[in-house]
Write a protein of this length. Structure first.
Length: 132
């Protein structure tokens, strides 16, 4: 039995993660899972899978084509853009720190962003230090 190509292993991992979590893995997660170092090679393989019609590129996230996804709800990948103070003032800088998976109730979630809470002045409102 022949070993699957690197491209096939990437495709299997992306589709498996999408099916299990409802959102695709990052390039870093793909690299870690497959034990690869060259992220440019992974990116190239993902682009080739898109060209072959085996994946779709949705805003830099590679997902199975809609007819293969078998997902009833669309998960929005909301950018986490920094930290906001709930207590002592902190310098507010917008910086992309990652993404948060979210099931939007209305629309596609493209107009959303998330912030991480730092501080404890809003505990009475149920907003705790570290909440997003």
């Amino acid at each position: 039995m022949t070993r699957p190509s690197q491209r096939e292993r990437i495709l299997d991992f992306v589709c498996g993660q999408y099916a299990a979590r409802g959102y695709p893995p990052t390039i870093n997660e793909i690299a870690a899972h497959l034990g690869l170092c060259a992220k440019s090679n992974i990116h190239r393989q993902l682009q080739q899978l898109v060209a072959e019609g085996r994946l779709e590129n949705r805003g830099g996230r590679y997902v199975p084509p809609a007819e293969e996804a078998h997902q009833t709800a669309k998960v929005a990948m909301v950018p986490l853009l920094g930290t906001v103070a709930a207590g002592s003032p902190i310098l507010a800088l917008e910086s992309l720190e990652g993404y948060v998976a979210y099931l939007p109730r209305l629309g596609d979630g493209d107009d959303l962003f998330a912030l991480k809470i730092k501080g404890d002045s809003m505990i009475e409102a149920g907003i705790l230090d570290g909440d997003i």
